[in-house]
Design a protein around this ligand. Structure first.
Ligand code: SF4
Ligand code: SF4
Length: 259
């Protein structure tokens, strides 16, 4: 285990219910990560190393949602051990795809999926980290965008606020010169209500956005829903559109309930 240099902040990465994709985005930072790794002490990151340095930690990155009683206990311990806590990804910021259970009955799912459901300890819901503890910053996406992650880490090291746009995917389409797929081709698209971060990849390939970066700031979903109806999207299709990786995020949750 490396000797600790006192001046380097201690970074910890924690996993809750998730697919590990956001942690992989962190490993995928490659060159940038090497530069950052020199500036922080990676004290707890089980995806990358079994070596664990005891807390408290200066910065914790938390991936995943709270789905079990044990998760709910563990996140309070993580919070206590962390000076700054940043949630990464749709699971941690909105409950993830696993929050689809929130619209059904988890006991029914258990009986269908598991031969011995009595051994499963689970909560009825999958919830975002911010519903349990104070969160200092939320980074959206499924998975997160690595440039945004590097920006958050750099901002932390410089003691400033991260410069992460809370605008919509529409703004990113305009920036890259993509013609609006909804206006020009009548393709249903959640771009107007979805948080920027992906660079508007899908519309650039003539596909509507399905909202994997979650709701943008002050998303007007009611207005978008009216336009989707004009395009011939049925109530059932509209509900499916809002209920993907960020189904439990307001206002997607509320809007899908109206569908
Ligand atoms: S947000 Fe998406 S990529 Fe990240 S852990 Fe959850 S499911 Fe995986
Ligand atoms: S679904 Fe939307 S947010 Fe996700 S990559 Fe495509 S355009 Fe971006």
């Amino acid at each position: 285990m490396r000797a600790r240099t006192p001046k380097r902040p201690k970074l910890a990465v924690w996993k809750f219910a998730s697919c590990d994709g956001c942690q992989l985005s962190l490993l995928d930072c490659e060159d940038e990560l090497l530069a950052i790794a020199g500036k922080v002490e990676i004290a707890n990151f089980l995806e990358a190393s079994r070596a664990v340095v005891k807390g408290p930690y200066d910065l914790s990155l938390v991936e995943g949602s709270i789905t079990t009683p044990h998760d709910a206990q563990r996140i309070t311990q993580v919070r206590k051990a962390s000076k700054f806590l940043v949630t990464i990804g749709a699971c941690a910021t909105a409950g993830g795809i696993q929050a689809l259970r929130n619209f059904g009955h988890v006991r029914e799912f258990l009986s269908v999926v598991y031969a011995k459901p009595e051994y499963i300890e689970t909560l009825a819901t999958s919830t975002a980290i911010a519903e349990h503890v104070k969160v200092d910053f939320e980074l959206r996406g499924c998975p997160i965008n690595k440039q945004q992650l590097v920006e958050v880490l750099s901002a932390f090291l410089k003691g400033r606020k991260p410069n992460v746009s809370s605008a919509s995917v529409c703004i990113e389409c305009k920036r890259r010169g993509t013609v609006c797929v909804m206006v020009a081709q009548g393709i249903p698209c959640l771009g107007p209500v979805t948080h920027a971060g992906c660079g508007a990849i899908c519309p650039a390939y003539h596909r509507g956005c399905y909202g994997c970066f979650g709701p943008k700031e002050a998303a007007n979903t009611a207005s978008l829903s009216r336009q989707l109806t004009v395009l011939g999207v049925s109530e059932e299709q509209r509900q499916r559109l809002y209920r993907t990786f960020n189904a439990n995020a307001e206002p997607f949750r509320t809007e899908s309930a109206h569908a």
